[in-house]
Design a protein around this ligand. Structure first.
Ligand code: FE2
Length: 396
């Protein structure tokens, strides 16, 4: 049977170094009063762009994001503070969580219920949106999340240590201003972990078995090639614009890939891992990917074998199992070379991981069973256990 294909991306992408200097003109397309959301860590950089907006006659409302991964209470509180300000458009300036916060506020500022009710959880559907939400403009300062081109916003619910995702076409950004100059300020470990998060998006969208999506596979394979070819250079030469631009393109391609065919098991593990340990998303995904893939080789080597041939341009080997192993080894070598070959224990410290394996498995099975089903091999609590232990403590 022939593969069906289709694609819809209502996001205008402007991907050029220096493009963010046109932010005021782009913002004015959507109204007079933007809300400019940025993380506190980027306050110095944000001041420059806030001043540019003011100099262009824009009445901008600045919102400094204090929480690295905003909780639903934080979002609802911010929305009630901002509701009477007459905001026309929300600008998300920063990494994934600033852009996700901008998207969440675009909903929270226009809808009646608390933001958690709009998350699409494995165990319940979201409330439908009523009327229009505010338009969103994204200006990423990292190259990894892909949030600049997705209809997703990840939320944290602290009382149940749970992460949930809003999946609404209405929050597809109207414009993504992808300015690689903004990415030169990223430290090497952030460049590495976000770049490998982009790789995981590309990989998971490509091997996802949930539906036909040849265009996602096309974007995913190209994004993986770009990460293999450019990540080390972006780290060793942080001001080299060619490497930064190629990583920005990889992140956007991978984001478009997951916007049409979502993530699978490494993300299903990394999200609850982040909620339980506060390990940043990109790092959690990076340390989860290889243990998941090693297990995948046993049950479904064919997809990974084809990536050995098509992404790594590797020579034909004796069996699919050997080709799949060669692909995973190549990825593991990249992860090691950029200093990301870590375990949960090496990140959060010895003695802080007691019982974490069972809590993590519980959380995955309770809240993330849907993305698990999209993986080429099936997982249950029993088969997850050795993988989760490998992620936490390393293979013995
Ligand atoms: Fe991710």
């Amino acid at each position: 049977m022939l593969d069906a294909f289709g694609f819809k991306l209502p996001t205008e992408i402007i991907g050029a170094p220096g493009a963010a200097r046109d932010l005021a003109n782009i913002s004015k397309r959507f109204g007079e009063k933007p809300l400019f959301v940025y993380p506190v860590q980027l306050a110095d950089l944000a001041v420059t762009y806030l001043q540019m907006l003011k100099d262009a006659g824009v009445t901008v409302v600045a919102f400094e994001q204090a929480e690295p991964e905003p909780t639903i209470d934080y979002i609802d509180g911010a929305a009630s503070d901002l509701k009477d300000q007459g905001i026309d458009v929300v600008i998300g300036f920063g990494g994934g969580s600033a852009m996700d916060l901008a998207k969440a506020l675009a909903i929270a500022l226009t809808q009646k219920e608390g933001i958690w009710m709009y998350a699409n959880l494995s165990n319940r559907p979201p409330l439908p949106l009523e009327g229009a939400v505010l338009p969103v403009i994204t200006v990423p300062t990292t190259s990894g999340t892909g949030s600049e081109v997705t209809p997703y916003a990840v939320l944290t619910k602290p009382d149940t240590q749970q992460k949930g995702t809003i999946q609404e076409p209405a929050i597809f950004p109207r414009v993504a201003i992808i300015d690689a100059e903004l990415m030169t300020g990223m430290p090497s470990d952030l460049t590495a972990s976000t770049g490998l998060d982009a790789f995981a998006h590309a990989l998971e969208a490509t091997i996802n078995v949930s539906k036909q999506a040849p265009m996602s596979e096309l974007f995913g394979k190209e994004a993986m090639k770009l990460v293999f070819a450019n990540l080390k250079g972006a780290i060793s030469q942080p001001n080299n614009m060619e490497y930064r631009q190629n990583m920005a393109l990889a992140a956007a391609l991978a984001g478009m890939a997951i916007s049409h065919r979502g993530t699978t098991t490494a993300h299903a593990i990394a999200e609850p891992l982040g909620a339980l340990t506060h390990i940043p998303h990109g790092l959690g995904v990076t340390i989860s990917t290889v243990p998941v893939l090693r297990y995948t080789i046993e049950g479904a080597p064919e997809g990974l074998a084809s990536l050995w041939r098509e992404v790594c341009l590797g020579e034909k080997l004796e069996s699919e199992g050997m080709e799949a192993t060669a692909f995973v080894d190549a990825l593991n070598a990249l992860i090691t070379e950029v200093g990301m070959n870590k375990t949960v224990e090496t990140i959060i410290g010895k003695g802080k991981c007691q019982g974490l394996d069972e809590r993590l498995i519980d959380s995955i099975m309770k809240f993330k069973f849907r993305p698990l089903k999209q993986h080429p091999v099936e997982f249950d609590a029993k088969s997850l256990r050795p993988i989760v232990r490998d992620i936490i403590w390393g293979s013995k």
